[in-house]
Every structure is written in C-alpha cells, then in structure tokens.
Design a binder for this molecule. Structure first.
Ligand code: HEM
Length: 343
C-alpha cells in the first residue's frame, strides 16, 4: 500500500487528510504516476458541433486535427468521444494530453488556435476549445485496475501500486497534492466576452473538471448484461440530471460521452465529463445526491456479486485549476454548450 501523494509532492501540511495513516481501503485502486520532472499537464478538448444531417461537413476538420496531432510537438496521447446534447446537436470532441507546456504552446500556436479561432470556417459547424493546464499539484487520478491507462494516465510514466486514499468520501480531495495546504475554494464567477463572433469564457479560480470513465470491453456476456442493464441506466439518469439540472448543485455542464475509434465507431468505453464551480460541490454531489448514491449503490451490489472476477474498469481524472490555467473559446455553438452555460 502506498500513499496517494508521491514523495516529490509531499509538503508540510496545514490541512489534515480525512483518514488516519493506518487506514486500509476495502478494495484496490491505483493512480497514474508522472516522473518528478513533469511539472504541468495540458488537457485540451477540441469540440465540433453540428446537426446530424451535417455530419459529412465535420469530417474535414476532424481529419485535419487528427493529422495535426501527429506533427512535431503534438500530444503524447489523444482520443475522441461523441455525444448528442440536450439541444439535439451532435458533438465530437478530440481530447489531447501533453506533459510539457512549451511543446503544447508551440503546437497550439501552429495548429490549435485556428480550431475555434477561424472566422471563415463552415457555417454549418460550431467549434469549441476547452483547455486546462494544471500544475501536477492540482490534479489526481484513480483506476480500478492498473493495467490499462486511459486519458491523461496514458502519458504518465506508469501506474502506482495500490493506494491508500480511496473508498471513502473525501478520498478524491486527499489525493490532490494541493489539498495538503489549500481548501481550493472558488473565487468569483465566470463571465463571457464576445469578440467578432467568438465567445470567450473568462473563468474563476478553482473551477473543477472531472472525466469519469467506464470500460466494459473485457466483460463476459453475463457481466456485460449486468453492467448494461443494471448499472448503465442508473449512470445515464445521473448524467441526464447533471446535464439538465446540474446548475442547481454547482455543475456548469455535463457531457455523457461515448469513446469512438478512428473511423468514428463507438467502442465499449464511456465517460462523464463535467465542469464544476468547485471541488466541494463535486464532492457534495457524489456523496449526497441520489443519482451518484444510486450509481455507487448499483456498482457496489454488482462488484460484491462478482468480486475480483469483475472485468468492468472504472477510472477518473479530476483537476482544480486556477483562472490562468484555463481557456474556453466557442464559435457558432448554441448557448447551452459547455461553459457558455456558466456565464
Ligand atoms: C458506472 C459509473 C460509476 C461508478 C460505478 C462509480 C462508482 C464510484 C465509486 C466506487 C467511487 C469510490 C472510489 C474510491 O474512492 O475507491 C466513486 C467515487 C466518485 N465518483 Fe463515481 N462512479 C461512477 C460514475 C461517476 C461519474 C460519471 C461521476 C462524475 C461525473 C462520478 C463522480 C465521483 C466522484 C467525484 C467520486 C469521488 C468522491 C470522493 O472521493 O470524495 N462518478 N464513484
């Protein structure tokens, strides 16, 4: 068992963790580990939005950004996911990760700024760019199995051994190194600025992003049935709640996304991706809201029936960023897109 916070990020505490040093979690979980030389991560979401009937128009930009990811200074890893939003629009998001800010900045100025910045783009398409550049003290991951990295963990050096700080409410906070000294409370509220058809969200300090994933690729038919019939509907209800009523509990926007392959076909992986006013509000929703309590309950029933034989994989990555570590731009998107709902 190892502590969630790696040695090189341990500081003199002014705030206490929720559990004592001899706490032992009832089941194993793991975290992504970056080498000590990694100071900052970049998580960049490039979205294109369109009516389903205009899907063909999105193919060019999607191919172009995929090609640009292979250029010099491109991301260490990227993947792509799709969903239909509450306004009936299709959204495809290419998500790219860097562990070197200078490479990202070079790539972004050459290829990335035009994604939502190009005012000559096809009028049938909306474009958005949502980027976080957290220092490593401001983020954490959790994996139910150590042998398949997803998201930002793919660019990590590797996985930890079993970590101590999980399986209790508050574990997420305790895994974020900054929680040793900082409550990460939000300050102010986001506002929107418009510049020639481009909407920019000016964020506040300590906005929080979660990408919380499910992977049922390896499940056998009976486990797959249990996941798809007993757990997934509960998850979907929770995701719909956050999408439609999330503002009431501090969730600015939620997307329940299906991972797609290079040809755009869905694979057996999904994730909820949501923007929150604060880490505290995400904590409150997960601990107390009937939707996550039900998701958690359905998963516990399921995992206790299957035990270690369960092949469903769960993971998440959670970031709390300062205002200057965030960037949001929207062109030609409907007003309920992403962080536009927060302004
Ligand atoms: C099938 C889907 C899901 C299942 C089975 C599930 C189950 C769980 C479990 C077992 C934990 C405790 C993990 C640990 O510490 O060992 C947890 C924590 C958490 N979940 Fe979920 N979850 C799911 C989806 C989601 C989604 C989509 C979100 C948000 C978008 C979410 C938000 C959270 C948060 C924030 C925590 C951390 C709470 C804390 O440590 O204070 N979960 N979930």
């Amino acid at each position: 068992m190892e502590p969630a916070i790696p040695d090189h990020l341990i500081t003199a505490r002014t705030r206490h963790p929720r559990v004592p040093a001899d706490y032992e979690p009832p089941y194993p979980s793991f975290m992504a580990r970056h080498g000590p030389s990694v100071k900052t991560l970049v998580m960049a979401y490039f979205g294109v939005q369109f009516r389903a009937s205009d899907g063909a128009a999105a193919k060019g930009p999607l191919a172009a950004i995929a090609a640009s990811f292979t250029a010099e200074d491109g991301p260490g890893h990227w993947d792509r996911a799709a969903y239909t939003d509450e306004q009936g629009f299709s959204n495809v998001i290419s998500i790219a990760y860097w562990d070197h800010t200078a490479s990202f900045e070079r790539w972004f100025s050459t290829y990335g700024t035009a994604w939502s910045g190009d005012d000559t783009a096809d009028a049938r398409l909306g474009f958005f760019t949502e980027i976080l550049k957290p220092s490593v003290e401001r983020y954490e991951t959790l994996f139910s199995a150590p042998d398949r990295a997803e998201g930002v963990a793919v660019i990590a050096e590797g996985m930890s051994g079993m970590v101590r700080e999980h399986a209790y409410w508050g574990g997420m906070r305790d895994r974020i190194p900054l929680s040793q000294t900082d409550a990460m409370e939000p300050t102010g509220a986001p506002r929107i600025e418009e510049e020639g058809g481009l909407l920019r969200v000016i964020p506040h300090d300590n906005i929080c992003l979660i990408r919380s994933g499910q992977d049922w690729t390896d499940t056998d038919p009976e486990e797959r049935r249990m996941y798809l019939e007993e757990v997934e509907p509960v998850l979907k209800a929770g995701m719909d709640f956050l999408r439609d009523e999330g503002l009431s509990c501090g969730c600015f926007a939620n997307r329940y996304m299906r991972v797609v392959d290079e040809a755009g076909r869905p694979v057996e992986k999904s994730f909820g991706m949501s923007w929150w006013k604060s880490l505290a509000q995400l904590e409150r929703w997960s601990e107390f809201h009937p939707t996550h309590v039900a998701i958690f309950g359905a998963a516990m029933k399921y995992l206790s029936r299957l035990g270690p034989a369960a092949k469903l994989r769960l993971y998440h990555e959670v970031t709390v960023a300062t205002a200057d570590q965030q960037f949001f731009e929207y062109r030609n998107c409907h007003p309920k897109t992403g962080m536009l709902k927060a302004g």
